[in-house]
Design a protein around this ligand. Structure first.
Ligand code: SAM
Length: 280
């Protein structure tokens, strides 16, 4: 009985690897170093919702039905986000990071894995309020082209705004969040002036390389989906992107502590996972 159960699990793992391989060979998105448990859960969820009879049929759909493939890419992306997610993190940005950024004549920020842009506009508002926006260039990237288009459009459902506004106030917001958007039917649209210095682009942390030197990298709630090897690769990319004294921000459940590259960073605030690249 135990043997049968083991064989079933082994076969399921093999099926997951076959789907991942098909996505890579056909579309170039490489999920092979993502957390296996996460990828397996997502693939089997899609499989059971799809009404397909076997994983072989699912692979066929991935290869021949672009709409289905987009859906699977969306499933594997996990794009959940919000404005001022973890307000205490944004409070630390105001209190600890802004004073460092203020010392630079020109500021470059990279939001890697920015999803639909809520964290990018959160940061843009802080920069405006701290009078740093005009000397800042922001790069906002994600590997998913559909989600990057949403980030550029800057349209968010009106029923999420109450939560966003509460987060903004908790994070030390200086005005009302409503000063930064206009209302369109059931959506709010962030002001165009917030977008002026933001470049939105697709960038894949697995396969693409450094594209600019920046003073601050914000990559939150992305590494959590990667295995240790891929986390190390991406942290290496950030080391190459940041000059000495540059700042790296990770998500609340992520840490540099277990990376083979942790020696390159000092901790600016441990609780908020904000690190500063060492000079040596
Ligand atoms: C959970 S969201 C986090 C969004 C935002 N950073 C936050 O903390 O709210 C994870 C994002 O990482 C993106 N992502 C996943 N793998 C990626 C990769 N290899 N390269 C770039 N972005 C990736 C996903 O598309 C998704 O938008």
């Amino acid at each position: 009985m135990k043997k049968k159960q083991e064989e079933l699990l082994e076969n399921e793992d093999l099926e997951v690897r076959l789907v991942v391989r098909a996505i890579y060979e056909k579309y170039g998105y490489d999920f092979s170093d993502y957390s296996h448990a996460h990828i397996k859960r997502r693939i089997f969820n899609r499989f059971s919702q799809s009404g397909l009879k076997s994983i072989a049929e699912m692979i066929h759909e991935v290869l021949y039905n672009p709409k289905f493939a987009d859906q699977v890419l969306m499933d594997l992306s996990i794009t959940v986000t919000e404005m001022y997610r973890d307000p205490s993190f944004y409070k630390a940005i105001r209190d600890e990071v802004i004073p460092v950024l203020r010392t630079f004549p020109y500021i470059k920020i990279w939001h890697a894995g920015c999803s639909s842009g809520e964290e990018v506009y959160s940061m843009a508002i802080i920069l405006k309020e701290e009078r740093l926006y005009d000397r800042t260039q922001i790069y906002a990237t994600d590997f998913n082209p559909v989600i990057i288009k949403q980030a550029k459009d800057a349209l968010y459902p009106v029923d999420r705004v109450k939560e966003f506004a509460a987060n903004y106030q908790k994070s030390g917001g200086k005005r009302a969040l409503s000063d930064y958007y206009s209302i369109h039917d059931r959506s709010v649209k962030m002001l165009e002036s917030l977008k002026k210095n933001i470049v939105f682009a697709t960038h894949n942390l697995v396969t693409d390389s450094v594209f600019a030197e920046v003073n601050l990298v914000i990559c939150r709630n992305v590494l959590i989906y990667f295995n240790r090897r891929l986390q190390d690769r991406v942290i290496r990319l950030f080391i190459d992107t940041l000059p000495a004294g540059g700042i790296l921000c990770l998500g609340s459940k992520e840490s540099i502590q277990f990376s083979e590259h942790h020696g390159h960073f000092d901790t600016l605030t441990g609780k908020e996972k904000i690190y500063i690249k060492k000079y040596s």
